[in-house]
Write a protein that binds this ligand. Structure first.
Ligand code: DGY
Length: 320
């Protein structure tokens, strides 16, 4: 029997390509563009393994498509509701990256507060020996109260790590979590008023778009620090840049941006930001685990079993 055809549109982690090739017939194109496929190919494609935006017309233009296995926990690049309405399963890669992302979040928080990348650059430039010690950092994690926006699996890992730092921990989610002792806030604004450090780990959805705005940033105060490891779309970047420029917000640590991989140039010239190129989950260990989960979802599906990590919008779809 012939193997199911799996399309990989656009760039993907090489480990995924090897795994797909081992179990399926791999078809690759440069982007999610129907004009790159002939009619026979379009009809042959039963699954997609991707990490990029898939337009709805692309999804709808593949008549035999059964499943989209996305690489990443955030799947804002796919309209999962639309896929579900077309009886197409969508899977993501949760859990396997939670600890890595939480580790990176703590690193970014410390980099932002204690300016560790700048202190290292000082040493590397020869400034330590030629000019003297790196400056004492005006910011510290000591005595901070941290608010976590989104207490899902990654948010909880971040909170667990923060416990070890002896800081206050608050959280905001749509509904209060059972069995969680951190201080809950019904609204993001209530939490922003109660904390001086905001960590955002919510997914990019219509409900979270630009939810971190001028008012929220102002509520953090002039000692306030904002860390974003969720999605850039969650922040009003104009408001953030303005707050950082006029120092109504002390600093920000950003791993994600509205426009990736080409963030607003304003961020690059600001002194009070620590920037990372969306690397929160980017270790070989964790990316392999994500790739394995992505392909295991396809293996299960085409083996007649339930996928391991269907997204809620399509979890109702029966296995084929
Ligand atoms: C995800 O999986 O959504 C992360 O942003 C990747 O680092």
């Amino acid at each position: 029997m012939s193997k199911p055809v799996i399309l990989v549109p656009g760039a993907i982690y090489e480990h995924v390509v090897k795994r797909v090739e081992a179990d399926f017939e791999l078809l690759r194109v440069d982007s999610a563009d129907l004009s790159l496929l002939d009619e026979t190919q379009k009809v042959s494609i039963r699954g997609i393994a991707s990490a990029i935006h898939l337009p709805n017309d692309f999804i709808a233009g593949l008549p035999s498509l059964e499943i989209i296995a996305h690489f990443g926990v955030g799947y804002d690049v796919i309209d999962a509701k639309f896929a579900g309405e077309h009886n197409i399963m969508v899977c993501n890669t949760p859990d396997v990256l939670s600890e890595e992302v939480a580790d990176t979040t703590i690193g970014l928080l410390l980099n932002t507060l204690r300016e560790l990348p700048k202190a290292e650059a000082h040493l590397r430039r020869g400034d330590w020996v030629n000019k003297g010690n790196y400056r004492l950092t005006p910011l510290t994690l000591r005595n901070r109260i941290v608010g976590i926006y989104g207490l899902g699996r990654i948010g909880q890992e971040i909170a667990t790590r923060l416990e070890g730092f002896g800081v206050g921990i608050h959280y905001h989610t749509r509904t209060k979590k059972n069995g969680v002792s951190y201080q809950y806030h019904e609204t993001l604004l209530d939490m922003a008023n109660a904390v001086d450090t905001l960590i955002s780990i919510v997914p990019g959805t219509p409900a979270t778009t630009k939810s971190i705005d001028t008012e929220i940033l102002a509520a953090l105060g002039s000692n306030g620090v904002f860390i974003n490891v969720g999605r850039g779309s969650v922040v009003d970047e104009d408001a953030l840049i303005k707050a950082l420029e006029n120092k109504s917000l002390a600093a920000a640590g950003l791993d994600v941006f509205e426009n990736e991989p080409d963030p607003r140039k304003d961020f690059l010239s600001l002194e009070n930001v620590s920037l990372l190129p969306h690397v929160a989950s980017a270790s070989v260990h964790t990316r392999n685990a994500m790739g394995d989960l992505q392909v295991d979802n396809l293996v299960n599906w085409f083996g007649g079993k339930s996928p391991i990590s269907p997204v809620p919008e399509t979890a109702h779809i029966l296995t084929k």
